[in-house]
Design a protein around this ligand. Sequence first.
Ligand code: HEM
Length: 264
Amino acid sequence: MRHDRIQKSINAYLCRNVSHIYARLDIIQSISGLILAAFIIIHLLLEASIIISKDAMLMVSKFFEGYYFFGEKYPGIISFLAAAIFFILIIHALIALRKFPSNYRQYHILKQHMKQFHHSDTHLWFYQAVTGFMMFFLASVHLYIMMTQPANIGPYASADRIYTDWLWPLYLLLLISVVIHAGIGLYRLALKWGIFERNVHGNQKYVAKKSKINRQIFKKIMLIGISLYVIIGFTSLVSYLKVGYEHRDKAGERYESIEKEVQL
Ligand code: HEM
């Protein structure tokens, strides 16, 4: 009885001094990560419209410039969207920074832990940290271009940027890092918020076994998703390169102007 009372007063004391800031930061990081992952899932599919045809890609870019709503193109919409995504990316990266090893000693300890535990989820965290670091620099260049040159998006404009302006190595690295980062991120998010344990009832042993099976299934889904998106992204990058190569002597000319000529 006395022991219970002491325990209660210790708990009350600890709760009074606990800061909620870390929990809040974790929630902001999860939500911003979810928004960015959803954005990338849609973005890579829309941008793959070039695999279908140049006209399909033109339609997508016109849609985002508001052409089908206002009857006129407003590239400012793309600048606004890119700035909003940039803002979310910065918040997401700033919050993630606190978990990075801040000096060589911490990095060394992390490496040793990874070796000792030999647990695949710890390795996943490490891959996510490395791809996140790469992605922040690569995505910043891309987003800056999208913000400042929103009118320069289209079958020829994009292909010329990728082939003639040599943006393809950056896009290749960005593609690999963003797809791995988002895939692992979604898996870890499900793990963190207990998706694997949800709706699993029974004794402790059964719940542990079932959540392990769920986790393995989700890991397979993650690997399939990552592979699928790398293939889609890679195929669209090759399609842009092909269009850019064929258009290299007329780089700078817009696809829309040719479309108008044909109509006349
Ligand atoms: C609103 C913001 C964004 C817009 C308007 C946008 C638009 C585009 C466009 C038009 C392309 C085709 C190439 C070009 O024209 O340069 C492209 C390619 C790409 N974008 Fe974005 N993007 C945005 C944000 C992002 C973000 C935040 C990421 C990743 C963190 C990203 C990753 C990529 C990748 C990897 C490619 C190359 C994909 C491939 O074909 O392999 N984009 N983007």
